[in-house]
Structures are given as structure tokens and as C-alpha cells.
Design a protein around this ligand. Structure first.
Ligand SMILES: *[C@@H]1O[C@H](CO)[C@@H](O)[C@H](O)[C@H]1NC(C)=O
Ligand SMILES: *[C@@H]1O[C@H](CO)[C@@H](O)[C@H](O)[C@H]1NC(C)=O
Ligand SMILES: *[C@@H]1O[C@H](CO)[C@@H](O)[C@H](O)[C@H]1NC(C)=O
Length: 119
């Protein structure tokens, strides 16, 4: 098959897609952005696509890795102080759909409770 020249800039995306299809990862992993992180309040993360199990990593004042799950959502208590920039990512650990998605960073806002913060 001869590819038209305009395809050349799209080649990395096409290669990735073909690799994904071959690996069985037809569904891309989509991580739903959260509205806000409030200090010491729970936040619900949810995602769709790819295959279970999944695990999440959260970067704030330190890195937290949340336990692997077969669910497509999980609740996390924001145990970083207000002002911390939080980045969250989810991964599919399934060998048939190893993939990764992240959501935009957000700054933790103050709540009415700081009891979850140590020291
Ligand atoms: C996910 O499901 C698989 C298959 O049922 C099971 O073996 C595995 O332990 C589960 N993983 C978690 C983290 O629950
Ligand atoms: C990958 O996902 C499939 C479909 O849900 C599941 O049957 C299989 O056990 C998973 N593989 C691993 C290594 O968890
Ligand atoms: C703190 O705020 C949360 C919502 O942000 C609310 O659900 C909770 O009842 C409040 N707690 C107190 C002690 O005011």
C-alpha cells in the first residue's frame, strides 16, 4: 500500500494505533478530570476504557501510589495541604492494554478540616 505524502506527519499516531490494536487495546484509557481538590475532603476519580486492573499515582508534596483495582473509579482523601499542585494519572496494568492517562494539574484549595494532615 502506498501512503499519500500528507500522511507522513500522522505517522507516529498511526504506528501507535496499530501497535495498540495488535496488543488488543482498542479502547484508549480516558481519565475524567476532577473539578477540585479540597484539603482533607474525598475526591472521586473515574476513568473508562482499556482493561483492568488499573492503578493510580498521585503527585503532590510526595508521590502516592494507590492500590491496584479492577474498578473504574476510586475515592481518595486529599491529604496534601492547600496550595499543593496535584497531578494524577491512571494506568492499565493489563498486559493486553498497557496504557496511561493523566488529568490536568489542580491546586488544592482549603477546606474546613485539616485533620488528615500529619504534623
Ligand atoms: C482483578 O480481577 C482478577 C480476575 O478476576 C483477579 O485475579 C485480581 O485479583 C483482581 N485484582 C484486584 C486488584 O482486585
Ligand atoms: C486483562 O483483561 C481481561 C479482560 O478483562 C482479563 O480477562 C484478564 O484477566 C486481564 N489480564 C490481567 C493480566 O489482568
Ligand atoms: C466540611 O465541608 C464539607 C464539604 O466541603 C461538608 O460535607 C462537611 O459537613 C463540612 N464539615 C464541617 C464540620 O463543617
Amino acid at each position: 500500500m502506498k501512503l499519500p505524502t500528507y500522511c507522513s506527519t500522522a505517522l507516529p499516531a498511526i504506528v501507535f494505533l496499530l501497535q495498540s490494536l495488535r496488543a488488543g487495546a482498542i479502547d484508549l484509557l480516558i481519565f475524567d478530570p476532577v473539578d477540585a481538590y479540597v484539603e482533607c475532603q474525598p475526591v472521586l476519580f473515574s476513568w473508562s476504557g482499556a482493561l483492568p486492573p488499573y492503578d493510580m499515582g498521585i503527585l503532590g508534596t510526595r508521590i502516592e501510589t494507590l492500590p491496584a483495582t479492577n474498578a473504574t473509579s476510586l475515592t481518595w482523601v486529599v491529604d496534601f495541604p492547600a496550595g499543593t499542585v496535584v497531578r494524577a494519572a491512571v494506568r492499565s496494568l493489563n498486559t493486553s492494554s498497557i496504557t496511561f492517562a493523566s488529568i490536568p494539574a489542580l491546586t488544592v484549595i482549603a477546606g474546613n478540616d485539616s485533620s488528615c494532615l500529619s504534623s
